[in-house]
Design a protein around this ligand. Structure first.
Ligand code: SF4
Length: 120
């Protein structure tokens, strides 16, 4: 049986890879090769740490839990249009610098286009 930390890392990876569909708690412990008791203990521990959300679901006539990772996979596609990528001031832009991401309107609008009317 893998060491405790390795087991937790593997469990979190399984839950993360399940993505937005989540994974039934029973599927997680079967994939891990642990008992239902150990699987439940891990799921509870992850929930307490805020790494996982457990949602009660009815599956094949029985109540169980579905696990959803609070960590999301990020793709390069998600930052494709980020203005920083082509910004001429990138190498001078830092918190506390002359130009800063904290006060950058371009970045703010890219993150939340709904603010377009409130930023001039
Ligand atoms: S935060 Fe603004 S100023 Fe800074 S690198 Fe990004 S786009 Fe350029």
């Amino acid at each position: 049986m893998p060491r405790k930390n390795e087991l937790e890392r593997k469990a979190l990876q399984i839950i993360l890879e399940a993505g937005e569909d989540g994974i039934l708690q029973s599927e997680m412990w079967k994939k891990l090769g642990v008992t239902s008791r150990e699987g439940s203990r891990l799921a509870l521990k992850f929930e307490e740490k805020g790494a996982v959300v457990r949602e009660r679901v009815l599956h094949k006539g029985r109540w169980t839990y579905k696990l959803f990772s609070q960590t999301k996979l990020v793709s390069l596609e998600s930052i494709r249009d980020c203005p920083c990528i082509v910004c001429e001031g990138l190498d001078k832009c830092f918190s506390g610098g002359q130009i800063s991401p904290i006060h950058c309107q371009q970045l703010t609008l890219w993150m939340d286009p709904s603010l377009a009317d409130s930023i001039e």
